[in-house]
Design a binder for this molecule. Structure first.
Ligand code: SAM
Length: 329
């Protein structure tokens, strides 16, 4: 989690760069305040930051910690209700398990043009082990297996987009990722009327889907099929000077910078493809990426898996290229 807070600081610094005027933030489920206080202290964006925590013992420690930071306001409160007359530029939900109970209050509290950051750790649900619960909680049919975490992220994004629409708002991911045992997204929230382009929410039907194989038990979703990244923002993110995990954060950001060039739903893995195609000696990832690019496609590694790659080539082309590389070895 320390590395995840590094990313949060990096996000806030890049998001607020060049902005003028004071900004306010709210960490809805703050525990002892480590995340929110780092965002206030290192983010360079906020002049006031509210931190709420429901558990009395944690709230006492939170109050002590917050007292050392000018601009921090700690309250023992239930984050499922927005503070009266709230209008924050940045709202962060980082709970245990599902963020769903906090989403309504957070959307009510975020200012148009502001950012809603959301973590979900209920991966048993989002990644399809508990299918019924996914349908009930998030209104989507989850993906199982290798691509389940990204499927979970996209189902969560679709859920958040629908919740926003109920309030005549629209969301756009500026950064959304899967990591360890959780998914996290930073969403720009705007009035719905400002949203442009095709609806990014849809189902994936295995019969017509031309991307990486998701299995045959579809349709999957509805899920977010649009971009996960704002390339300009991601390129501007740097590990914070006071990083808890400088190396890990640097590597993660480096991978994201490659990934934003080919922000397509779901990814392949060279080894897995070779196995599926019964190719005896799998080509290296670098070789596959080079071959795809030589054939005129975009291709790049993903943060989601060390051997994973995204491409805009249709699956038949990816398979043809992997087979051809295996024959040529
Ligand atoms: C995962 S921890 C937060 C960690 C923190 N964001 C960080 O990065 O250090 C989740 C916290 O949410 C608190 N919580 C649970 N229900 C809550 C509620 N209804 N309102 C406010 N806080 C709540 C829990 O007591 C717990 O401290």
């Amino acid at each position: 989690m320390a590395g995840d807070r590094d990313l949060a600081v990096a996000f806030v610094r890049a998001w607020s760069a060049g902005a003028t005027g004071p900004r306010t933030g709210w960490e809805v489920t703050a525990a002892t305040g480590v995340r929110g206080l780092r965002l206030l202290h290192e983010g360079g964006a906020f002049d006031r930051f509210l931190l709420t925590e429901a558990h009395p013992a944690a709230a006492r420690v939170l109050a002590t910690n917050a007292a050392a930071y000018p601009g921090a306001v700690a309250e023992q409160a239930d984050g499922r209700s927005a503070p009266a007359r709230a209008a924050f530029d940045y709202v962060d939900i980082d709970p245990y398990g599902s963020p769903a109970p906090f989403v309504d209050a957070a959307l009510a509290a975020v200012r148009p043009g502001g950012v809603l950051a959301v973590t979900a750790t209920d991966m048993m649900v989002l990644a399809g082990v508990q299918r019924g619960a996914a349908q009930r909680r998030y209104g989507g049919r989850p993906v199982r297996g290798r691509l389940a975490p990204e499927g979970g992220l996209r189902i969560l994004l679709a859920y958040l987009a629908r919740e926003a629409r109920r309030r005549s708002l629209a969301v756009r991911p500026r950064l959304a990722y899967v990591r360890d045992h959780y998914v996290r997204a930073y969403l720009e929230v705007t009035p719905a009327a400002a949203a442009r382009g095709a609806d990014p929410i849809g189902e994936i039907d295995p019969a017509t889907w031309t991307g990486p194989g998701l299995g045959e038990r579809g349709p999957y979703g509805p899920m977010w099929l649009g971009p996960l990244f704002d390339p300009t923002l991601v390129r501007a993110m740097r590990p914070p000077a006071e990083s808890a995990d400088e190396r890990g954060t640097s590597r993660f950001l480096e991978r994201l910078r490659e990934e934003v060039e080919v922000d397509r739903p779901f990814y392949y893995e060279a080894n897995g493809l070779a196995r599926e195609l019964s190719v005896p000696a799998p080509p290296s990832l670098a070789t596959v990426l080079g071959a795809l690019r030589s054939a005129g496609y975009r291709a790049g590694r993903t943060h989601a898996r060390p051997e994973g790659f995204r491409t805009d080539a249709p699956r038949v082309e990816v398979e043809r290229i992997v087979r051809a590389l295996a024959v040529g070895r």
